[in-house]
Structures are given as C-alpha cells and as structure tokens.
Design a protein around this ligand. Structure first.
Ligand SMILES: Nc1nc2c(ncn2[C@@H]2O[C@H](COP(=O)(O)OP(=O)(O)OP(=O)(O)O)[C@@H](O)[C@H]2O)c(=O)[nH]1
Ligand SMILES: [Mg+2]
Length: 356
C-alpha cells in the first residue's frame, strides 16, 4: 500500500515527506527524484497497552509514502505515469505565502491549484478511456460480447463524468460495472487527501483554515479528505525532543502534531484499520482492511496462524486497559471467543488460538 505525494513545484512536498518518514533526503536534488519512505502510524493506545505488559518491543503500523518530484507542466505526463503505482494520493497545496519561494503560477490560490492538478488527473484518464473505447468499438463490430458491452457502457459513463470535470473517485458504479473496468488504474479514481500547507502565522488556526481560505468546496467529497498542516512548524517539531515539542504545540493551542492527523487520514482513506496484539515480548499494531474477518487478521500475522486458526479471544482495547489485565477482563466477561468469520473491529485486542 503506497501513498503518492504530489503537488505543483515548490509547495512543500519534500519537506512533508522528510518529516513524515524521518528520511534523509539529499539537499535540493528533490526536483525530479522520487523518494520512498515509511511513516509510523502514531498510536497512543499502544503506549497505554504497553504499560500493562512492559514488553520488550512496541511495534507500530506503518504507511508508505512516495515523494514524486518533478510535477512541472512540461514533465506532467512522466510524473503522472509514476502515480499509477500508488493507492492513495496526498496532494500538497500551497497556502503559505513566502516571497522567497517562487510559485509556479505566480500567485497564491489554493483552490485554483487543487482544481488544476485534479484536472490533469482527469485528462490523463480521459486519454486512456478514449483510446480503449476506440479499440472496443472495433472489437464489438466483429463480435458483440456482453462483457465488452458492459465495459463500453461503463467507460462511457466514466467519460461523461470526467468531461463534466468531475473526478472518477466521485462516480458511483455498481459492483458489476466496477469489475468491468477493474483493470484500469484511473488516476482520478484514487482517493485523495488534500494537504493544505499553511504558513507559520496560521499555526494556531489550523481548524478554521478551510473556511478562511475558501476551500469549502474541497470538503465532504466522496473518497477525499482535507487536512491542514503547517510544514515549517512540523519540521521544527520533528527536530525537538518530546518535551520541547509538547511545549511548542501547547503554545499554539494544539494537542498533537498535524502530521499525526495526516497519517491517520491517509490510513483511513486507504480503507485500513488496526487491531492489536499484546504480550510481554511485544505490543503491536497490525494493519488489515476494514471488514476483514478474524481468520484474515490471523493471516496478517502469519500464514501458520491463519491455517491453524481455532478461535480468537477478543477484547476491546479500552476494556482491557480498564481491567488492567487479560485475566481481569476475562473475569468481567469482556473477553469474547470468536470464530473465523468474526469481522474484526478497529481497536480490538486479539489473542489467536491456533494449532501447529
Ligand atoms: N514559508 C514556508 N516555506 C516553506 C514551507 N514548506 C516548505 N517551504 C519552503 O519551500 C521550498 C520548497 O519546499 P520543498 O519541500 O522542497 O517543495 P517541493 O514541493 O518538494 O518542491 P519541488 O520538489 O521542487 O517541486 C523550500 O525552500 C522550503 O523551505 C512552509 O510551510 N512555509
Ligand atoms: Mg521536492
């Protein structure tokens, strides 16, 4: 699972990537280079659980980010081609004003920038759709197959949608239709996180950024989310120790770094949830898809546990914390025995019983 960071030149993509992944990215070579890095999903609940077990190790879930450089107009096609590999797009939009950092469009206008880059994604999809439709029409003249007809009808729906300048992530399709075009990796169909990069002077007003910058139209769209961060401040925070960082955040009236919200929003757009395992060797967060069953969750840990699955002992994280131990939670009848088909809930703590 990968999240591609995109955005116009000089909007703060590499700055964001660096602080997300704590990666050492060499100097200014960033313009065309692609960087891949891993971010820890911040999870205070793991720290709380660890207090019960005193484990040797705490392991966080992770999200992969790719910093796609070179989104200049002249290179747009190449840049977009790289995007086919990613599952979610984090689109960095420049809101900060700084005369020393040139803006590719000459002025600060976040809605214009967001709209224009979205249009590039739609244009790329439109090309692909048109080419495929031409091909399909030829094939259908030779032989009328229901599968090809369905694909054609679905693609025509998609085409009309992007021609109305709407991203495919906002198009509702039924299961059959979705399947018929499942082989295409349409860019505007990817879930998107709009990341508003604000100036330092707005660090204490992150929660009203959307209204103040008239970006309400980006909000509430299907398969999209908006998060405001202050790149400069986040970069400073990432270089401080925990205590200093907490003090600086408090001085802006913030409870946690914007990065935490950003990473969690990405995780959510990817359609992922976490469950936990807890013991003395390790307290750990695991990643599964929303709706995954207990046996699939077992498979996320090890294929042997999936194969030998007998049952899962499940307790809500907050019940376990309140009870103080798994034994105490059992006595309070808060530990359930679940079978293979149990749908794992976000925040379950699970102990798998398995053979072999
Ligand atoms: N004032 C201010 N400057 C910022 C902020 N974020 C990034 N910058 C500056 O903007 C410049 C570009 O930042 P990068 O992170 O390299 O931007 P980028 O999008 O990766 O740029 P390209 O890869 O060249 O397209 C750098 O000089 C940063 O220091 C911010 O929040 N406020
Ligand atoms: Mg860069």
């Amino acid at each position: 699972m990968q999240t591609g960071i995109i955005g116009l030149p000089q909007v703060g993509k590499t700055t964001l990537f660096r602080i997300l992944t704590k990666a050492q990215v060499e100097g200014k070579s960033g313009a065309s280079a692609t960087h891949v890095g891993v971010a820890k999903v911040p999870e205070p609940r793991l720290v709380e659980l660890a207090k019960l077990y005193n484990p040797k190790k705490i392991t966080y879930a992770t999200v992969n980010y790719v910093d796609l450089g070179g989104m200049q107009k002249e290179r747009m096609r190449d840049a977009l081609a790289q995007l086919r590999e990613v599952d979610v797009i984090a689109h960095v939009i420049r809101v900060f004003d700084d005369p020393s950092v040139p803006h590719s469009e000459g002025s600060i206008d976040p809605l214009r920038d967001a709209t224009n880059l979205d249009l590039e994604l739609m244009l790329s999809d439109h090309d692909q759709i048109t080419r495929r439709l031409e091909r399909l029409e030829k094939d259908l003249k030779k032989k009328s197959e229901p599968a090809l007809l369905l694909e054609k009808n679905t693609l025509e729906k998609c085409k009309a949608h992007v021609e109305a300048e709407k991203a495919l992530r906002e198009l509702e399709l039924n299961g059959e239709e979705r399947k018929s075009i499942g082989g295409f990796l349409f860019l505007s169909a990817r879930p998107v996180l709009y990341v508003l990069n604000l100036g330092d002077d707005e660090a204490d007003k992150l929660d009203t950024a959307v209204e103040r910058h008239k970006l309400g139209s980006l909000q509430g769209r299907p398969n999209a989310a908006v998060v405001a961060i202050c790149g400069r401040l986040e970069a400073e925070l990432s270089e401080m120790d925990e205590k200093e960082a907490a003090e600086l955040l408090a001085s802006y009236g913030l409870k946690e770094p914007g990065l935490n919200r950003l990473i969690r929003a990405t995780y959510d757009l990817l359609g992922l949830i976490q469950f936990f395992t807890a013991g003395e060797p390790e307290v750990r967060a695991w990643t599964i898809r929303k709706g995954a069953t207990a046996v699939k969750a077992a498979g996320a840990i090890h294929s042997d546990i999936e194969k030998g699955f007998i049952r899962a002992e499940v307790v809500r994280w907050n019940d376990l914390l309140a009870a103080g131990s798994l034994g105490a939670a059992r006595e309070k009848a808060q530990v359930r025995l679940e079978g293979k088909e149990y749908v794992v809930q976000e925040g379950d703590v699970i102990l798998f019983r398995h053979s072999g």
